[in-house]
Design a binder for this molecule. Structure first.
Ligand code: SAM
Length: 347
Protein backbone atom coordinates (compact mmCIF):
# COMPACT_ATOMS: atom_id res chain seq x y z
CA UNK A 1 0.00 0.00 0.00
CA UNK A 2 2.06 2.93 -1.20
CA UNK A 3 0.03 5.18 -3.45
CA UNK A 4 -2.48 7.77 -2.31
CA UNK A 5 -5.24 5.81 -4.06
CA UNK A 6 -4.37 2.63 -2.13
CA UNK A 7 -4.30 4.52 1.17
CA UNK A 8 -7.68 6.13 0.41
CA UNK A 9 -9.10 2.72 -0.50
CA UNK A 10 -7.87 1.25 2.77
CA UNK A 11 -9.49 4.09 4.75
CA UNK A 12 -12.74 3.79 2.79
CA UNK A 13 -12.80 0.04 3.45
CA UNK A 14 -12.23 0.62 7.18
CA UNK A 15 -15.08 3.15 7.53
CA UNK A 16 -17.39 1.48 5.03
CA UNK A 17 -16.94 -2.22 5.84
CA UNK A 18 -14.89 -2.87 9.00
CA UNK A 19 -16.55 -0.45 11.41
CA UNK A 20 -20.28 -0.70 11.99
CA UNK A 21 -20.45 1.47 15.11
CA UNK A 22 -18.16 3.37 17.49
CA UNK A 23 -17.94 0.15 19.58
CA UNK A 24 -15.88 -1.51 16.83
CA UNK A 25 -12.96 0.92 17.26
CA UNK A 26 -9.85 -0.61 18.83
CA UNK A 27 -8.62 2.63 20.40
CA UNK A 28 -10.13 5.86 21.65
CA UNK A 29 -8.22 7.98 19.11
CA UNK A 30 -11.39 8.50 17.12
CA UNK A 31 -14.05 9.13 19.76
CA UNK A 32 -11.64 10.40 22.41
CA UNK A 33 -13.51 11.94 25.28
CA UNK A 34 -13.59 15.66 25.01
CA UNK A 35 -15.78 17.78 27.24
CA UNK A 36 -18.50 19.17 25.04
CA UNK A 37 -20.06 22.51 25.99
CA UNK A 38 -23.42 21.97 27.69
CA UNK A 39 -25.37 23.81 24.97
CA UNK A 40 -24.07 21.26 22.43
CA UNK A 41 -24.98 18.33 24.70
CA UNK A 42 -28.56 19.60 24.69
CA UNK A 43 -28.59 19.66 20.87
CA UNK A 44 -26.96 16.24 20.70
CA UNK A 45 -29.90 14.72 22.58
CA UNK A 46 -32.16 15.70 19.66
CA UNK A 47 -30.22 13.82 16.95
CA UNK A 48 -31.14 10.47 15.41
CA UNK A 49 -29.64 7.51 17.37
CA UNK A 50 -28.13 5.88 14.27
CA UNK A 51 -26.22 9.04 13.44
CA UNK A 52 -24.87 9.12 16.99
CA UNK A 53 -23.96 5.41 17.01
CA UNK A 54 -21.67 5.84 14.03
CA UNK A 55 -19.85 8.93 15.24
CA UNK A 56 -16.07 8.53 14.92
CA UNK A 57 -14.84 12.03 15.73
CA UNK A 58 -12.18 13.04 18.26
CA UNK A 59 -13.54 16.30 19.63
CA UNK A 60 -16.34 18.80 19.21
CA UNK A 61 -14.96 21.27 16.68
CA UNK A 62 -17.97 23.55 16.54
CA UNK A 63 -17.01 27.18 17.14
CA UNK A 64 -19.51 29.81 18.31
CA UNK A 65 -21.12 32.70 16.37
CA UNK A 66 -22.39 30.58 13.48
CA UNK A 67 -25.90 31.91 12.90
CA UNK A 68 -26.54 32.54 9.20
CA UNK A 69 -23.11 31.25 8.17
CA UNK A 70 -22.08 28.72 5.53
CA UNK A 71 -20.15 25.88 7.16
CA UNK A 72 -18.29 23.05 5.42
CA UNK A 73 -17.63 19.79 7.32
CA UNK A 74 -14.77 17.79 5.79
CA UNK A 75 -15.16 14.02 6.25
CA UNK A 76 -18.64 14.40 7.72
CA UNK A 77 -19.21 10.64 8.14
CA UNK A 78 -22.80 9.90 9.17
CA UNK A 79 -23.42 13.58 9.80
CA UNK A 80 -23.42 14.09 13.57
CA UNK A 81 -21.60 17.42 13.40
CA UNK A 82 -23.55 18.53 10.30
CA UNK A 83 -26.83 18.12 12.15
CA UNK A 84 -25.49 19.96 15.21
CA UNK A 85 -24.28 22.70 12.85
CA UNK A 86 -27.68 22.76 11.17
CA UNK A 87 -29.18 23.98 14.44
CA UNK A 88 -26.30 26.36 15.12
CA UNK A 89 -26.40 28.14 11.73
CA UNK A 90 -30.20 28.17 11.79
CA UNK A 91 -32.63 28.53 8.88
CA UNK A 92 -30.64 31.34 7.23
CA UNK A 93 -27.39 29.37 7.27
CA UNK A 94 -26.14 26.44 5.24
CA UNK A 95 -24.18 23.28 6.08
CA UNK A 96 -22.29 21.17 3.55
CA UNK A 97 -20.84 17.77 4.49
CA UNK A 98 -18.30 16.04 2.25
CA UNK A 99 -17.23 12.40 2.60
CA UNK A 100 -15.74 9.75 0.31
CA UNK A 101 -17.30 6.65 1.93
CA UNK A 102 -20.75 5.82 0.46
CA UNK A 103 -21.80 3.68 3.48
CA UNK A 104 -21.21 6.62 5.83
CA UNK A 105 -22.98 9.14 3.61
CA UNK A 106 -25.93 6.82 3.10
CA UNK A 107 -26.71 6.99 6.84
CA UNK A 108 -26.29 10.78 6.87
CA UNK A 109 -28.60 11.30 3.88
CA UNK A 110 -31.22 8.81 5.07
CA UNK A 111 -31.84 10.89 8.19
CA UNK A 112 -31.92 14.30 6.54
CA UNK A 113 -35.73 14.58 6.38
CA UNK A 114 -36.07 13.28 9.95
CA UNK A 115 -33.85 16.14 11.22
CA UNK A 116 -35.45 18.75 8.93
CA UNK A 117 -38.88 17.86 10.29
CA UNK A 118 -37.71 18.09 13.88
CA UNK A 119 -35.83 21.36 13.36
CA UNK A 120 -38.49 22.96 11.17
CA UNK A 121 -36.04 23.78 8.37
CA UNK A 122 -33.70 22.01 5.94
CA UNK A 123 -30.25 23.52 5.45
CA UNK A 124 -27.88 20.52 5.18
CA UNK A 125 -26.54 18.87 2.04
CA UNK A 126 -24.15 15.94 1.76
CA UNK A 127 -21.68 15.57 -1.11
CA UNK A 128 -19.76 12.48 -2.12
CA UNK A 129 -16.16 13.39 -2.81
CA UNK A 130 -12.56 13.71 -1.71
CA UNK A 131 -11.47 16.50 0.57
CA UNK A 132 -8.22 16.78 -1.42
CA UNK A 133 -10.21 18.12 -4.37
CA UNK A 134 -13.25 20.16 -3.40
CA UNK A 135 -13.54 21.50 -6.98
CA UNK A 136 -15.03 18.14 -7.98
CA UNK A 137 -17.95 18.63 -5.58
CA UNK A 138 -18.43 22.21 -6.70
CA UNK A 139 -17.12 24.17 -3.70
CA UNK A 140 -16.13 27.54 -5.12
CA UNK A 141 -13.24 29.81 -4.11
CA UNK A 142 -14.00 32.24 -1.24
CA UNK A 143 -17.42 30.71 -0.59
CA UNK A 144 -17.24 29.29 2.95
CA UNK A 145 -17.37 31.15 6.28
CA UNK A 146 -16.16 28.28 8.48
CA UNK A 147 -14.51 24.94 7.67
CA UNK A 148 -14.77 22.28 10.37
CA UNK A 149 -13.49 18.71 10.46
CA UNK A 150 -13.54 16.02 13.11
CA UNK A 151 -10.77 13.43 13.03
CA UNK A 152 -10.34 13.26 9.26
CA UNK A 153 -7.28 15.17 8.01
CA UNK A 154 -4.98 12.57 9.64
CA UNK A 155 -6.52 10.00 7.27
CA UNK A 156 -5.55 11.87 4.13
CA UNK A 157 -2.41 10.72 2.27
CA UNK A 158 -2.20 14.25 0.84
CA UNK A 159 -2.53 16.62 3.78
CA UNK A 160 -0.97 19.68 2.05
CA UNK A 161 -3.61 19.38 -0.70
CA UNK A 162 -6.42 19.22 1.84
CA UNK A 163 -5.14 22.27 3.67
CA UNK A 164 -4.61 24.16 0.39
CA UNK A 165 -8.21 23.39 -0.56
CA UNK A 166 -9.42 24.72 2.79
CA UNK A 167 -7.65 28.03 2.28
CA UNK A 168 -8.97 28.21 -1.30
CA UNK A 169 -12.63 27.82 -0.33
CA UNK A 170 -12.56 29.98 2.83
CA UNK A 171 -13.69 33.57 2.44
CA UNK A 172 -11.15 36.20 3.54
CA UNK A 173 -11.49 36.38 7.33
CA UNK A 174 -12.99 32.86 7.35
CA UNK A 175 -12.09 30.33 10.01
CA UNK A 176 -10.72 26.79 10.01
CA UNK A 177 -11.70 25.04 13.27
CA UNK A 178 -10.98 21.33 13.52
CA UNK A 179 -10.15 18.48 15.89
CA UNK A 180 -7.68 15.83 14.91
CA UNK A 181 -5.07 13.38 16.14
CA UNK A 182 -1.54 14.75 16.44
CA UNK A 183 1.63 12.75 17.14
CA UNK A 184 4.72 13.98 18.98
CA UNK A 185 6.93 12.87 16.06
CA UNK A 186 6.85 11.85 12.39
CA UNK A 187 5.43 8.32 12.18
CA UNK A 188 7.70 5.75 10.43
CA UNK A 189 6.52 5.01 6.90
CA UNK A 190 5.70 1.31 7.49
CA UNK A 191 3.37 2.25 10.37
CA UNK A 192 1.74 4.98 8.29
CA UNK A 193 0.65 2.28 5.86
CA UNK A 194 -0.68 -0.22 8.41
CA UNK A 195 -4.44 -0.42 7.63
CA UNK A 196 -5.55 -0.71 11.27
CA UNK A 197 -3.27 2.04 12.58
CA UNK A 198 -4.34 4.23 9.69
CA UNK A 199 -8.05 3.50 10.13
CA UNK A 200 -7.81 4.11 13.88
CA UNK A 201 -6.48 7.62 13.12
CA UNK A 202 -2.99 6.88 14.51
CA UNK A 203 -0.81 5.92 11.52
CA UNK A 204 -1.50 9.16 9.66
CA UNK A 205 -1.53 11.42 12.73
CA UNK A 206 -0.23 14.89 12.08
CA UNK A 207 3.08 16.03 13.55
CA UNK A 208 2.43 19.57 14.83
CA UNK A 209 5.63 21.13 13.44
CA UNK A 210 5.01 19.74 9.95
CA UNK A 211 1.38 20.85 10.09
CA UNK A 212 2.53 24.35 11.16
CA UNK A 213 4.98 24.45 8.24
CA UNK A 214 2.30 23.47 5.73
CA UNK A 215 0.06 26.27 6.98
CA UNK A 216 2.94 28.72 6.90
CA UNK A 217 3.58 27.80 3.25
CA UNK A 218 -0.11 28.43 2.56
CA UNK A 219 0.18 31.96 3.97
CA UNK A 220 -1.05 31.22 7.50
CA UNK A 221 1.94 31.69 9.84
CA UNK A 222 0.01 31.80 13.13
CA UNK A 223 -2.22 28.85 14.02
CA UNK A 224 -3.64 28.38 17.50
CA UNK A 225 -4.33 25.34 19.69
CA UNK A 226 -7.66 25.64 21.46
CA UNK A 227 -7.70 22.34 23.38
CA UNK A 228 -5.42 19.35 23.75
CA UNK A 229 -6.18 15.97 25.35
CA UNK A 230 -3.85 12.99 25.58
CA UNK A 231 -5.00 9.79 23.88
CA UNK A 232 -4.16 6.52 25.61
CA UNK A 233 -3.50 3.41 23.55
CA UNK A 234 -5.07 0.57 25.53
CA UNK A 235 -5.21 -2.16 22.87
CA UNK A 236 -2.10 -4.37 23.45
CA UNK A 237 -1.55 -5.13 19.74
CA UNK A 238 -1.81 -1.52 18.73
CA UNK A 239 0.46 -0.51 21.62
CA UNK A 240 3.05 -3.09 20.60
CA UNK A 241 3.26 -1.50 17.17
CA UNK A 242 3.18 2.20 17.97
CA UNK A 243 3.46 2.59 21.74
CA UNK A 244 6.57 4.78 21.43
CA UNK A 245 4.52 7.64 19.98
CA UNK A 246 2.54 10.05 22.17
CA UNK A 247 -0.81 11.02 20.65
CA UNK A 248 -3.10 13.92 21.45
CA UNK A 249 -6.49 15.01 20.23
CA UNK A 250 -6.05 18.71 19.44
CA UNK A 251 -8.61 21.34 18.49
CA UNK A 252 -7.07 23.89 16.18
CA UNK A 253 -8.12 27.38 15.04
CA UNK A 254 -6.71 29.28 12.06
CA UNK A 255 -7.95 32.19 9.97
CA UNK A 256 -7.59 33.10 6.34
CA UNK A 257 -6.02 36.53 6.69
CA UNK A 258 -2.57 38.11 6.45
CA UNK A 259 -0.70 37.62 9.75
CA UNK A 260 2.88 37.95 10.93
CA UNK A 261 5.03 34.92 11.77
CA UNK A 262 5.64 36.21 15.31
CA UNK A 263 3.45 38.06 17.77
CA UNK A 264 4.32 41.75 17.65
CA UNK A 265 3.35 44.39 20.18
CA UNK A 266 1.48 47.46 18.96
CA UNK A 267 -0.04 48.31 22.35
CA UNK A 268 -3.44 46.96 21.34
CA UNK A 269 -6.19 45.91 23.71
CA UNK A 270 -9.29 43.76 23.08
CA UNK A 271 -12.54 43.65 25.05
CA UNK A 272 -15.11 40.88 24.61
CA UNK A 273 -18.62 42.37 24.56
CA UNK A 274 -20.38 39.21 25.78
CA UNK A 275 -22.66 39.23 22.74
CA UNK A 276 -21.99 35.80 21.21
CA UNK A 277 -25.10 33.66 21.59
CA UNK A 278 -24.76 31.18 24.49
CA UNK A 279 -21.39 32.68 25.48
CA UNK A 280 -22.39 35.61 27.70
CA UNK A 281 -19.51 35.44 30.17
CA UNK A 282 -16.37 34.68 28.21
CA UNK A 283 -14.79 33.67 24.93
CA UNK A 284 -11.70 31.49 24.50
CA UNK A 285 -9.77 32.29 21.34
CA UNK A 286 -7.22 29.59 22.17
CA UNK A 287 -5.69 27.85 25.17
CA UNK A 288 -4.03 31.03 26.39
CA UNK A 289 -6.46 33.80 25.40
CA UNK A 290 -9.44 33.71 27.74
CA UNK A 291 -11.52 36.87 27.30
CA UNK A 292 -13.84 37.63 30.18
CA UNK A 293 -16.78 39.80 29.18
CA UNK A 294 -15.91 43.46 29.67
CA UNK A 295 -12.34 42.86 30.90
CA UNK A 296 -9.70 44.50 28.65
CA UNK A 297 -6.81 42.21 27.65
CA UNK A 298 -3.55 43.29 26.01
CA UNK A 299 -3.16 41.49 22.69
CA UNK A 300 -0.52 41.13 19.99
CA UNK A 301 -1.09 42.39 16.45
CA UNK A 302 -2.07 38.95 15.16
CA UNK A 303 -4.65 38.36 17.90
CA UNK A 304 -6.08 41.85 17.31
CA UNK A 305 -6.41 41.02 13.59
CA UNK A 306 -7.96 37.59 14.24
CA UNK A 307 -10.61 39.18 16.44
CA UNK A 308 -11.29 42.32 14.38
CA UNK A 309 -10.92 40.77 10.92
CA UNK A 310 -13.13 37.70 11.37
CA UNK A 311 -16.82 37.21 12.20
CA UNK A 312 -15.81 37.69 15.87
CA UNK A 313 -15.24 41.39 15.05
CA UNK A 314 -18.87 42.24 15.87
CA UNK A 315 -18.38 40.86 19.37
CA UNK A 316 -15.13 42.62 20.30
CA UNK A 317 -13.90 46.13 20.76
CA UNK A 318 -10.30 46.22 19.59
CA UNK A 319 -8.52 49.37 20.69
CA UNK A 320 -5.41 50.76 19.04
CA UNK A 321 -3.85 50.25 15.62
CA UNK A 322 -0.49 49.30 14.19
CA UNK A 323 0.93 52.81 13.90
CA UNK A 324 3.36 52.42 16.81
CA UNK A 325 5.45 49.29 17.43
CA UNK A 326 6.76 48.27 20.87
CA UNK A 327 8.78 45.17 19.90
CA UNK A 328 7.99 41.48 20.25
CA UNK A 329 4.84 40.60 22.24
CA UNK A 330 5.13 38.13 25.09
CA UNK A 331 2.25 35.90 24.01
CA UNK A 332 3.39 32.79 25.84
CA UNK A 333 0.74 30.34 27.00
CA UNK A 334 -0.48 30.47 30.59
CA UNK A 335 1.99 28.66 32.88
CA UNK A 336 0.92 25.03 33.27
CA UNK A 337 -1.22 24.91 30.11
CA UNK A 338 -0.58 22.11 27.63
CA UNK A 339 0.79 24.60 25.11
CA UNK A 340 3.18 25.99 27.69
CA UNK A 341 4.59 22.51 28.14
CA UNK A 342 4.76 21.71 24.45
CA UNK A 343 5.72 24.96 22.77
CA UNK A 344 8.57 27.32 22.99
CA UNK A 345 7.15 29.43 20.17
CA UNK A 346 5.37 32.68 20.80
CA UNK A 347 1.74 31.88 19.93
C1 SAM B 1 -12.83 9.13 11.80
S1 SAM B 1 -14.17 9.29 10.69
C2 SAM B 1 -14.90 10.78 11.25
C3 SAM B 1 -16.28 10.99 10.71
C4 SAM B 1 -17.03 12.19 11.24
N1 SAM B 1 -16.26 13.41 11.10
C5 SAM B 1 -17.42 11.96 12.67
O1 SAM B 1 -17.01 12.78 13.50
O2 SAM B 1 -18.11 11.00 12.95
C6 SAM B 1 -13.37 9.75 9.21
C7 SAM B 1 -14.31 10.03 8.05
O3 SAM B 1 -13.55 10.73 7.06
C8 SAM B 1 -13.82 10.19 5.80
N2 SAM B 1 -12.62 10.44 4.98
C9 SAM B 1 -11.37 10.04 5.24
N3 SAM B 1 -10.52 10.47 4.29
C10 SAM B 1 -11.26 11.19 3.42
C11 SAM B 1 -10.96 11.88 2.22
N4 SAM B 1 -9.71 11.92 1.77
N5 SAM B 1 -11.96 12.50 1.56
C12 SAM B 1 -13.23 12.44 2.02
N6 SAM B 1 -13.58 11.79 3.15
C13 SAM B 1 -12.62 11.18 3.85
C14 SAM B 1 -14.12 8.73 6.04
O4 SAM B 1 -14.90 8.20 5.01
C15 SAM B 1 -14.85 8.78 7.37
O5 SAM B 1 -16.23 8.93 7.19
Amino acid sequence: MTTSIEISESVRHYYGQVLQSSDDLKTSACCSIDAMPSYLKVLLAGLHPEVLERFYGCGSPLPPALEGKTVLDLGCGTGRDCYLLSKLVGPTGRVIGVDMTPEQLEVAVRHRDWHAERFGFANVEFLHGHIENLHTVGIADNSIDVVVSNCVINLSPEKPRVLAEIFRVLKPGGELYFSDVFADRRIPVELRQDPVLLGECLGGALYWEDFRRILQDLGCPDVRKVKQNAISIDDPEVFAKIGMVKFDSVTVRAFRMPLEDRCEDFGQVAVYLGTIDLNPHSFDLDDHHHFETGRPLRVCGNTADMLAGSRYGDHFQVLGDKSRHFGLFDCSPRPGSESAKADSACC
